[in-house]
Design a protein around this ligand. Structure first.
Ligand SMILES: [Zn+2]
Length: 747
């Protein structure tokens, strides 16, 4: 159903990224560009991604002026790949602009990124306390003349006829440990602002925040230059320009680059290196996050061919297959990252890549131009992560992720929404509920547009410090949205532990919870200095202005509990205060539910059902009837799309063996050695099939049609259905790894 004349990257693609990345080039002499394209083609991919040069600065094509040719290269890898790619219909995209370049570091050391202590900024990981470490992948500064070399690199590869250029590791970080203080940066900053770069991360100092924002401006400015250069050089041709956001790495900062730089790339690569130590569904989550940041442009997330960081050996077939499918069900294109060592030493899992790519080809016509069925939107605020989260972005990020996973586990359609889209009413209107998960930082104009949204019938679920700061991170000493929430903020109740005392137990908000007392807070898993997770037991102290108080804050008898492991356990309940904990407030034509504490973080950290139920019930109360309801275990991921008159429902089974075996509990006084380590992260090895899945689709979603064909394009199965009331009810007898259910009008 998608148009055929759009650029190739706007259609679903299948990508093999083949990295040749080692100091001695152990495998380089065995690799030809032709073979790489043939490998990609054989696996069913239609895009191959390779380096133009490696992080040591050695070039993988002949005749370059930007660095030495790789001494171990026999042929001419990039040229051969481009030629063979043309023949076999495989697009060849090359990685350029790698900010790590050891050759340049050793020949133009003054171009290097150096931190505030004068140390070269590393791309690699070196042990925290290792002494005398010699940098292997030094980063070079994009404010130095190095940028001209990157431009030359782009000119060279475009001359070779590549189908795309890709800024892979293009890094310039605002965080103090890895922020650049080279002379080029110092000079540029001083000439723009008239003062030197602050050397301390003092967030109350506007000059530090100016520097922080300038770091992003530098990246976006360079992105723009390189994008425009590429487009200028390739006028009339379909040459892709893409950026690697690595959304769950680099403290999440690159998400802001993607958001600010929306006009300066064609697609985003969402590197998902963390997938093996993150929840099942992480790749899906990162695709949705990146789509929110990039305004809906194509997203290609990576599934690694290996487990954790063990690049030389393949991971399990299940990890590879389900990871690639995680991309597909989120509306992204599957992308496999393989290293030369894995390829030569451990090719056994490649046939499973082929299996998924084959599926993807079958599914192409159901993916192209499909739009998600939308219901809940979680606001992602890069400003809050930076200006409120500061050196500890996890408190804020956990609050948003808790909502994301609770809704996903309850099969409620959920997406992310960028703060930069909140002033666009057409974006807000897509969602039945908007979630402001302690969205602390907001500009006045954003506050205004949210107010208008709720007044006009919008529904918001907000928590904790939402709208306390402006977009510069300056406190308003009150919640700007207090009228929408129906409360006035008068302080913060800072208690290590507290309770939420439900006062309206019969209300649908509390369905299934079965108790009136909900513990608020969690122990620290570090335990070196603090007993509890930072600020998790806290509440905003409010005075009700309007609306209905559904629950109140309860106090605890002490700062910690005396039972069991004294000092780690929580204290018992003391008494109910008059402080509201949950307020339901009609506002104009709309409604808000406001939690004074951090509900999302509780689900993220603790996972007890009551927190998930509070999230699910609140969202459903506000949003009303779901477009689709699924009766299946929470481990079955459901993603639904509309494509013209079709509905397409992806069912991906994450019912695996247990993956995280143990977790540590930190250090205490008079520490004893642990009984056993807590560093166990297993790949999924097996999938346990799920049976009797019931899918109920609201007839409102199906137009005026009366007869439907319900089928799976993957297995060819036709599913029976019946109409019950206002619902079309489908039974899927069994889902093994992955199933797709398509509902389309008959005839
Ligand atoms: Zn610099």
């Amino acid at each position: 159903m998608g148009s055929e004349d759009k650029p190739w990257w706007l259609k679903p693609v299948r990508v093999i990224q083949f990295n040749i990345e080692d100091r001695y080039g152990v495998f380089v002499s065995k690799i030809s560009g032709k073979d790489l394209v043939r490998l990609a083609h054989e696996l069913g991919a239609n895009v191959l991604v390779i380096f133009a040069r490696d992080p040591w600065g050695r070039v993988y094509y002949r005749g370059s002026k930007i660095g030495p040719t790789h001494p171990k290269m026999k042929g001419d890898i990039v040229r051969e790949a481009v030629e063979e790619g043309r023949r076999l219909g495989v697009k060849v995209v090359v990685m350029v602009g790698h900010t790590a370049n050891k050759y340049v570091y050793e020949t133009h050391t003054d171009w290097a990124q150096v931190n505030v202590r004068g140390e070269p900024i590393l791309l690699e990981h070196a042990p925290y306390s290792e002494e005398g470490y010699e940098v292997e992948w030094p980063q070079i500064c994009i404010n130095s003349p190095y940028i001209e070399l990157i431009k030359e690199e782009i000119r060279e590869v475009i001359d070779l006829g590549v189908d795309g250029v890709f800024l892979d590791s293009f890094r310039y970080q605002p965080d103090i440990e890895r922020a650049c203080y080279c002379r080029w940066c110092c000079e540029r900053f001083r000439s723009k602002y008239g003062y030197g770069m602050p050397k301390e991360p003092n967030w109350r100092d506007s000059r530090w925040r100016t520097l922080w924002k300038w770091r992003y401006e530098v990246v976006v400015e360079r992105l723009k230059e390189l994008y425009e250069l590429t487009k200028e050089l390739t006028k009339g041709k379909e040459v892709l320009f893409m950026y690697n956001s690595h959304p769950g790495g680099w403290s999440g900062r690159t998400n802001r680059v993607v958001d600010l730089g929306r006009n300066y790339y064609d697609a985003v690569f969402a590197e998902c290196s963390e997938a093996d130590h993150q929840p099942p569904g992480f790749i899906t989550e990162m695709v949705k996050l990146t789509k929110a940041m990039n305004g809906g442009k194509p997203v290609m997330p990576s599934r690694n061919y290996f487990h954790m960081y063990r690049t030389v050996a393949s991971t399990t077939p299940i990890a590879v297959k389900q990871g690639l499918r995680e991309a597909i069900i989120a509306g992204g294109s599957p992308w496999l990252l393989i290293f030369s060592s894995t390829y030569f030493q451990s090719p056994k899992a490649l046939k499973h890549v082929k299996e998924v790519f084959k599926e993807h080809k079958v599914l192409e016509e159901y993916l192209d131009g499909a739009e998600p069925l939308r219901y809940a939107g979680i606001v992602v605020s890069n400003l809050t992560r930076d200006f409120y989260g500061r050196e500890k972005p996890d408190d804020y990020v956990d609050e948003t992720r808790g909502f994301y996973y609770a809704l996903t586990h309850h099969h409620i359609p959920v997406e992310h929404v960028s703060e930069s889209d909140l002033t666009r009413p057409e974006v807000l209107r897509r969602y039945r509920v908007l979630i402001l998960a302690s969205t602390v930082c907001m500009s006045d104009s954003l506050v205004g547009s949210l107010r208008t949204y709720v007044k006009g019938g919008g529904k918001v679920l907000a928590t904790h410090l939402t709208s306390l700061y402006d977009d510069e991170g300056v406190s308003r000493n009150g919640l700007a949205l207090s009228d929408v929430f129906g409360v006035e903020m008068v302080g913060v109740f800072k208690s290590p532990w507290s309770y939420v005392v439900i006062t309206k137990r019969e209300h649908p908000l509390f369905e299934g919870i079965g108790e009136s007392l909900i513990l608020w807070g969690d122990m620290s898993y570090d335990f070196r200095v603090e007993r509890v997770a930072r600020s998790l037991g806290w509440h905003v102290i409010t005075r009700p202005l309007s609306g209905e108080v559904m629950a109140k804050v309860g106090t605890a008898v002490h700062e910690w509990g005396f039972e069991y492991t004294l000092g780690r356990s929580p204290p018992p309940f003391a008494s109910t205060t008059d402080m509201p904990a949950i307020i339901l407030n009609p506002y104009g034509e709309g409604t808000s539910i406001y939690f004074t504490g951090q509900l999302g973080r509780h689900y993220w950290r603790v996972g007890l059902p009551e927190y998930g139920l509070l999230i699910k019930n609140s969202v459903k109360y506000l949003g009303g009837e779901l477009p689709i309801e699924v009766g299946a275990p929470e481990t079955l991921a459901i993603e639904s799309f509309r494509q013209g008159e079709r509905l397409i429902i992806h069912l991906l089974n994450h019912t695996y063996n247990q993956r995280i075996l143990a977790i540590g509990t930190g250090k205490v006084k008079q520490p004893l050695p642990p009984y056993s380590s807590s560093e166990a992260a297993h790949p999924p090895r097996t999938v346990i099939p799920v049976s009797n899945v019931t899918i109920r689709v609201s007839l409102k979603e199906l137009g005026n049609f009366t007869g439907f064909k319900v089928h799976s394009p993957l297995s060819g199965k036709v599913f029976s259905y019946e109409v019950r009331g206002n619902w079309l009810v489908i039974n899927v007898p069994s889902v093994n790894e992955y199933e797709v259910v398509v509902i389309e009008p008959k005839g």
